[in-house]
Every structure is written in C-alpha cells, then in structure tokens.
Design a protein around this ligand. Structure first.
Ligand code: SF4
Ligand code: SF4
Ligand code: FES
Length: 305
C-alpha cells in the first residue's frame, strides 16, 4: 500500500484502489465488470441479492463486492468457477420464482453469460389469489407442492392513478425500502413483512397505498430494477400493448414547481408524458423528486378544449 490508496490483486492484476472504497468500486475502476442487483451508488448497500459475490483468498465464504471495503493485500477472483456457479444459482432461484421479464439489458446479459435456466426447478406454480401472500403469517407455511416450483406470481396492486405495485416482479432487493427510508425520503411507508419465501414488501398492516403513509414521491419507482413498481401511465400502455420505448424521447428539463430546481427527465410518447425520472448524479437530488415533479405534469397535456 502507498499513501494514495490500497493495493489489491484482482484477477491476477495488481490494482491501486482508493482507501475505503469497496471491491466493486475497485473492480469498476479497473474496468472489471461485476453484476449487481440490489446495489445503487445512492443507496446504502444491504447485501440482499448476492449477485455481486467474488472469491477472496483466505475467506471461507464468497464476499459481496458491493459492500466489502478493500484491504491491503487482498487477493480477489471475480470470475472463478465458484463465483460463476454461485451467481448462476442465485439468478436461477430468482428467475424460477419471480417474473424477470422487465429487467434491464445488463442483468439480462449476465443471465445469458451464466446460462441461467429459469425452468431448472420445474414449472412455476399458479399465481396466488389477490392479497393471499399479504396475509401469510410467519411460522405457518402452506405445504410445498412438489409438482411445481413455488413462485411469487400474483395480481398487480392497482390502487390509484399514479403508480402500481406488481410484486410478481419483486426480487426483494430492498431498494424501494431504502429509498422510502433513511437513504432518501424518510417516510417509511413500506418495509419487508413476513419471513423466508413469504417475505414481501408491504405497507403497514397491508394498507392500500392511498391509506398508507406514502406521500407519492415515486422515489421507490425510480430505484426498482425489475418493473415491480411502475407509473400507472406506463402500466396502462403495457396492458394495451402500446408501450414503445423506441418511439419515446427523453428530455431533461427543470421542475417548474419550486426553487429547488430538480432536474426532470421527461419520457414522452405520442405527445404524452408517460414517465418522469431524475438523474442519479444530480448533486442536490440524487435522482429523488417529490410528488409534484414526479407526477404533476398533466397540465402540460390536459388543456381541455
Ligand atoms: S412513493 Fe415515496 S413515500 Fe410512497 S412508498 Fe414510494 S418512496 Fe415511499
Ligand atoms: S419492489 Fe422493486 S425495489 Fe422494491 S424490493 Fe421489489 S424489486 Fe426491489
Ligand atoms: S449487489 Fe451486492 S449483494 Fe446485491
């Protein structure tokens, strides 16, 4: 180690990493790709998904690259047989039980890389009736059905005109919980309820979203990596088969509502604002907005006759 950083060996190459940085940051700084799912630079790592694991010499278990700080002399393998096997299994367990049809190209690429077989554990079970999974109690589990692979399939929760929650697509990455909690919004409207396979994201006592503590900032939608949380406008388009990202433009502008000056990324299709994002690297907002900036744009397009 010298004064400017910490020397580690990654995949056989000596790399100088910034002191206090994580293995993931060291890898990315050296151009080594590592898959992630629950990690986002603006959120505190929770180590929920284990997709980012790497092999660390001297460590009995694989370690999560997204949260483990570098230490001088570490010898790390990011692409060993053990690492690839573990990542493949984690992704197969997710793909067999969760609808991953809307994950981004990056994760899709890793699934191809590891030849993930979503049907490895059998045909997926039928969807649970609406609300059934929300009422499961810790300690009481339905008898497993060996003829099918258990899934979290269930109807989407459509409870208002702003956003929907489709937990059949939820990988329990905790990003929404973090964004709603101390990492951004400090509203704590959602958390994880239940245990084991019955664990799910829930409002307090499974209240409907309008009856919960939710303030509709939409910061949870912005961080969700699977499309489980989605603008109602996008959901409606997808239901009607009219969602077409190739036809959409994305325009960066400044929110007109107050003096904070949040940046907005307006996704527009057929002259209609269909989704609003905000850049993660904005020094003031870090991708977060309030209800007005996120959802209050109907005045642009609903002008009456
Ligand atoms: S919209 Fe905002 S307040 Fe509501 S659950 Fe999501 S992060 Fe929490
Ligand atoms: S709803 Fe989305 S952000 Fe929240 S835990 Fe599930 S996949 Fe992650
Ligand atoms: S990205 Fe590291 S544990 Fe999920």
């Amino acid at each position: 180690m010298n004064d400017s950083g910490t020397t580690v060996t990654i995949d056989g190459a000596q790399i100088e990493a910034a002191e206090g940085s994580t293995i993931l940051e060291a890898c990315r700084g050296a151009g080594i790709e590592v898959p992630t799912l629950c990690y986002l630079p603006t959120l505190t790592p929770v180590n929920a998904c284990r997709v980012c694991v790497v092999e660390l010499e001297g460590s009995r278990a694989l370690v999560p690259a997204c949260s483990r700080p570098v230490e001088a002399g570490m010898i790390i393998a990011t692409d060993s047989e053990r690492v690839r096997h573990s990542r493949k299994l984690v992704l197969e367990l997710l793909a067999s039980s969760v609808d991953l049809s809307l994950v981004g190209d990056e994760l899709r690429g890793w699934m191809e890389e590891y030849q993930v077989d979503a049907d490895r554990f059998g045909v997926g079970s039928a969807p649970s009736p609406a609300g059934e999974r929300d009422h499961r109690h810790a300690g009481t589990h339905p008898a497993p059905d060996p003829s099918s692979a258990e899934t979290v399939a269930q109807p989407a929760k459509v409870q208002d005109d702003l956003y929907i929650r489709d937990y059949s697509k939820c990988v329990l990455c905790y990003k929404c919980v973090e964004a709603c909690g101390t990492d951004a919004q400090n509203t704590f409207a959602i958390s994880v309820a239940g245990r084991g396979f019955d664990a799910r994201i829930s409002t307090e006592y499974d209240a409907s979203l309008p009856d919960s503590a939710c303030v509709y900032c939409g910061n949870c939608i912005a961080v969700c990596p699977t499309g489980a949380l989605m603008f109602k406008s996008e959901y409606d388009h997808r239901q009607q088969g009219t969602w077409d990202e190739e036809q959409q433009t994305v325009t960066r502008t400044v929110c007109p509502y107050c003096g904070v000056g949040c940046n907005l990324d307006l996704h527009v299709q057929d002259n209609e604002v269909v989704r609003v994002g905000s850049p993660l690297d904005h020094s003031v907002t870090q991708g977060n907005l309030c209800i007005k900036g996120r959802f209050g744009w109907q005045f642009v397009q609903n002008r009456g006759s």
